[in-house]
Design a protein around this ligand. Structure first.
Ligand code: HEC
Length: 123
């Protein structure tokens, strides 16, 4: 074996060892695991943050009372109310999780409502 070959083999071994020492490759970029992220499937129809879109078809869900939203979600999941595309999303979800989703969307309206009240009080 020539000296060049020995050096090439040794160099490759050294590079390999460096890569091994660096540990596994960084994990692929993942989305943050928040409720806001999980309900992105809802906002495709109900608009950003559930605030509806201009098409006037899909109802706004942001800022509606938590209890109302929760019971509508139960109704859709359990087949008492129908909307194409919603039941299969809600079907596997527990009552507690639907309550969390309802609370999430109910809370999104508070800022806008607070702004309106403030504007009314100030004017
Ligand atoms: C494929 C479109 C679509 C998706 C996705 C969707 N919805 Fe809906 N949603 C609708 C439609 C259409 C209605 C209105 C149904 C009706 O008229 O009874 C509705 C109604 C609702 C209502 C009742 C609103 C009211 O004022 O009575 C709630 C609450 C709701 N959706 C929550 C959700 C949540 C939470 C998700 C995500 C898990 C979701 N939706 C995903 C289409 C969708």
């Amino acid at each position: 074996m020539s000296l060049v070959r020995v050096l090439v083999v040794a160099g490759c071994a050294w590079l390999h060892a460096q890569a091994w020492a660096a540990g596994p490759a960084a994990p692929p970029h993942t989305a943050p695991d928040t409720l806001a992220q999980r309900v992105m499937a809802c906002t495709g129809c109900h608009g950003p943050e559930g605030r509806a879109t201009n098409d006037g078809f899909y109802p706004r869900i942001a800022g509606k009372p938590e209890g109302y939203l929760y019971h509508q979600l139960l109704n859709f999941r359990d087949g008492r109310r129908q909307a194409a595309g919603m039941r299969f999303l809600l079907d596997p979800l527990s009552d507690a999780y639907l309550r969390d989703i309802a609370r999430h969307f109910a809370g999104l309206g508070l800022l806008a409502l607070g702004g309106l009240v403030l504007a009314f009080v100030v004017s």
